[in-house]
Design a protein around this ligand. Structure first.
Ligand SMILES: [Zn+2]
Ligand SMILES: [Zn+2]
Length: 164
């Protein structure tokens, strides 16, 4: 629970001191800093400030969800289930990366033979280099130095027209 000192702590909505006689609502930390309501997630408010807060419904829903998740996580079988789900997600990601890289290699071979148009500078060339050090291969245009996925390149537009 938020450390609340009546007569000193301030309401996270109106900024006024939370007085001894005030009716107060408090929340534990439950949102990450990336969330737009994050600064309220470890705070207290006047009950009245909370009541007419436009974000009240969303906040309450998120708070209830976080509470449920916390309770569910406390069960060992849920932890095992979660661990399995994470492992599956990890394997799926590796599979998707491999697919991405296979199609990257295919496209790269075409680029080196026929050239492609850079989606950034619009220059058509065969002059792309591979970037390494990433799970998913990317390439960079030597003309402008910017990088993209192989499938973002405009491969032979003329070939596409020929097949029409
Ligand atoms: Zn207030
Ligand atoms: Zn470029």
């Amino acid at each position: 629970m938020v450390l609340l000192i009546r007569g000193k702590s301030r309401c996270s909505r109106c900024g006024q001191v939370l007085a001894k006689e005030d009716e107060i609502v408090g929340f534990t930390h439950f949102l990450g800093a990336e969330h737009h309501l994050w600064r309220y997630s470890d705070s207290a408010m006047h009950a009245a400030c909370f009541k007419d807060w436009p974000e009240k419904d969303e906040f309450e829903r998120l708070y209830a969800e976080a509470g449920e998740k916390r309770r569910a996580l406390a069960k060992p079988e849920r932890i095992e289930e979660l661990r399995r789900a994470q492992a599956q997600e990890h394997e799926a990601r590796i599979r998707r990366d491999a697919e991405h890289n296979a199609s990257h290699a295919r496209i790269m071979a075409t680029v080196q033979e026929h050239g492609a148009v850079c989606p950034h500078c619009g220059l058509r060339s065969t002059s792309f280099r591979e970037l390494d050090g990433t799970d998913r291969l990317r390439l960079a245009c030597r003309a402008c130095g910017r990088s993209c996925n192989a499938d973002e390149l405009n491969l032979a537009a003329s070939d596409a027209e020929k097949t029409r």
